[in-house]
Design a protein around this ligand. Structure first.
Ligand SMILES: NC(=O)c1ccc[n+]([C@@H]2O[C@H](COP(=O)([O-])OP(=O)(O)OC[C@H]3O[C@@H](n4cnc5c(N)ncnc54)[C@H](OP(=O)(O)O)[C@@H]3O)[C@@H](O)[C@H]2O)c1
Length: 259
């Protein structure tokens, strides 16, 4: 196989929240393109899902390597627990090329309803998680690394009831631009991909009228997106095609949100 059909061969990728939905799609696509992938998840109940993904990836003809780690990335210790696990897995020779900060949680409380616990739940996973994990990965990140943060069109959408979720994703856009400046010296790029609505467990919790409105405002075929459409954008950024794009937030929404 050539570099053209396996553009990510010899690359090691970490995808957080890869047991389901968009993260699963990204992990499978990166592996399909040749990367060794590390999948993270948090719930014991997702172990079977992760094993199924492992089987899917290992059945590819080029036999990509897969490693899975169950870790709560909303905790202060979670990111370092993951790195320690990967150090053991790699026999103390951990090198990472691609980090996809995908794990996230939504919350649909109004300003009047929300609590400090809601704030902590959303911000600890959606903002502090990527921050601490990216920091923990840095000593192990190869040059020309790729950091890809998964945001949301909610960051700029001003949707009622989504102030915690939307603002957490806006924070991720800000982190993206700063990290792009700080890490670019050795060819590393940092970008944020903002999906519009995509069929997943998370979407099941979004009000149906909001999703219907988004569909009518989506330029491409008035529909919601697919996991693979988002995964392909992330995988393109993760490879050589992404060399000259950094600090960007890319709307992956079929034109629902145009930046
Ligand atoms: N779906 C959409 O329409 C949509 C639109 C815009 C943006 N997004 C963003 O895309 C990303 C993925 O969304 P999704 O819809 O695919 O999500 P999802 O189906 O709800 O899956 C969430 C993933 O994150 C993991 N996770 C949850 N809490 C965690 C924690 N504390 N520590 C570590 N991992 C944790 C879950 O693991 P378990 O399976 O073990 O629970 C699961 O793998 C999120 O950042 C989301 O904000 C989604």
């Amino acid at each position: 196989m050539s570099e053209f059909n396996l553009p990510l061969s010899n690359k090691v990728a970490i995808v957080t929240g890869a047991s389901r939905g968009i993260g699963k799609g990204i992990a499978v696509e990166l592996a399909r393109r040749g990367a060794t992938v590390v999948l993270t998840y948090v719930s014991k109940g997702s172990e079977d899902l992760v094993e199924e993904i492992r089987r899917t990836i290992e059945s590819f003809p080029h036999k990509p390597r897969v490693h899975a780690c169950r870790v709560d990335l909303s905790t202060l210790e979670g990111p370092q627990i993951l790195i320690n696990d990967l150090l053991a897995w790699s026999e103390q020779n951990l090198r990472v090329d691609i980090l996809v900060n995908n794990a996230g949680v939504e919350n649909s409380s109004t300003l009047a309803e929300l609590t400090v616990d809601d704030y902590n739940t959303v911000y600890n996973l959606n903002v502090r998680g990527p921050l601490l994990l990216t920091q923990a990965v840095l000593p192990h990140l190869n040059s020309h690394g790729r950091i890809i943060n998964i945001g949301s069109v909610a960051s700029r959408g001003g949707f009622k009831k989504f102030c915690l979720y939307g603002s957490s994703k806006a924070a991720l856009e800000g982190l993206t631009r700063t990290w792009a400046q700080e890490l670019g010296g050795n060819g590393t790029t940092v970008n944020c991909v903002n999906p519009g609505p995509v069929q997943s467990d998370m979407l099941d919790n979004i009000p149906k009228d909001l999703v219907e409105l988004q569909k009518t405002l989506t330029a491409v075929e008035n529909r919601i997106g697919t996991v693979s459409e988002v995964a392909n954008i992330v995988a393109s950024l993760a490879g050589k095609d992404g060399d000259w794009i950094t600090g960007q937030t890319i709307s992956a929404s079929g034109g629902y949100a145009m930046y």
